[in-house]
Design a protein around this ligand. Structure first.
Ligand SMILES: Nc1ncnc2c1ncn2[C@@H]1O[C@H](COP(=O)(O)OP(=O)(O)OP(=O)(O)O)[C@@H](O)[C@H]1O
Ligand SMILES: [Mg+2]
Length: 243
């Protein structure tokens, strides 16, 4: 039952035994995660649990010490970053990291060259998802609001046509109304069949949209389950749902 919730139409991303370090500091220690095709899978966890390191390792930005990362059956953990992006992984990083001096449109176009083939429809698709970005297409990205920068960061990742979209705390630092706007777009993408791995400290919002969730502590997964199972789990309730 649980496994069917993860798998959807089939296994798209499979991470096993992942270990990642910063010098002598082991940030991720033997982590296993699966994302099925078309599924939205959440990873919950407190500050410093290793969530960002996990996403950065999957995205090819941080070289793991050991472990396997398979995308649609292909081992990608040893590929250089540009190949990982071409294979179909795109990270929306913590803190958004838009290119401040470039316009909204230039940020999007720049990203499309890294992806699986540029196409003029892609920008229009991003603008359809985020009409605010269309209104601000010529504006300098650094002058956008935090919410608009988050939309641009997601749009930029979509320009590479990812098979799995990796989202690192998209709610961080945003006002509740803006969080709702951003998550409406994430849900729209999910409904359209996009596979998503979502990292969030905000368990309530993550559990309201995902198909299945993992709980991470000190670099490893300590529990996982369906939304109902995770809501009922004392570990998640105590730590994240204010119960
Ligand atoms: N560049 C770095 N150099 C050294 N240690 C780091 C570095 N980045 C992260 N760490 C350490 O690795 C561990 C995991 O950090 P990580 O950023 O992956 O956690 P996180 O779950 O994303 O936390 P947060 O919720 O605060 O974003 C932490 O102990 C952190 O201090
Ligand atoms: Mg983080």
């Amino acid at each position: 039952m649980s496994r069917r919730r993860i798998l959807g139409n089939g296994l798209m991303l499979s991470v096993s035994g992942l270990c990642a370090s910063y010098g002598a500091i082991r940030a991720v220690n033997g982590l296993d995660i699966e994302v099925g095709e078309g599924r939205m899978i959440a990873v919950l966890g407190a500050n410093g649990a290793g969530k960002s390191t996990t996403l950065r390792s999957i995205a090819g930005l941080h070289r793991p010490v050991t472990g396997s990362i398979r995308l649609d059956g292909e081992e990608i953990s040893t590929l250089p970053l540009f190949k990982v992006v071409r294979r179909g992984l795109a990270l929306v990083p913590e803190g958004r990291m838009v290119v401040a001096p470039l316009s909204v449109e230039e940020n999007l176009m720049l990203s499309s060259y890294a992806g699986r083939g540029a196409s003029s429809d892609l920008v229009e698709r991003v603008f359809q998802l985020f009409p605010r970005l269309k209104e601000r297409r010529t504006q300098t990205a650094g002058l956008l609001s935090g919410g608009e920068q988050q939309m641009l960061a997601i749009g930029r990742a979509l320009m590479t046509q990812p098979r799995v979209l990796l989202l690192d705390e998209p709610s961080m630092g945003l006002a509740p109304a803006i969080v709702d706007l951003v998550f409406e777009a994430i849900v729209t993408l999910h409904r359209a069949g996009q596979s998503i791995l979502l990292v969030e400290q905000n368990a309530e919002i993550a559990l309201s949209v995902c198909d299945y969730a993992y709980l991470m502590k000190r670099g490893a997964i300590v529990s996982h389950g369906t939304v109902a199972e995770m809501r009922a789990s004392s570990g998640v309730q105590d730590a994240y749902l204010g119960a």
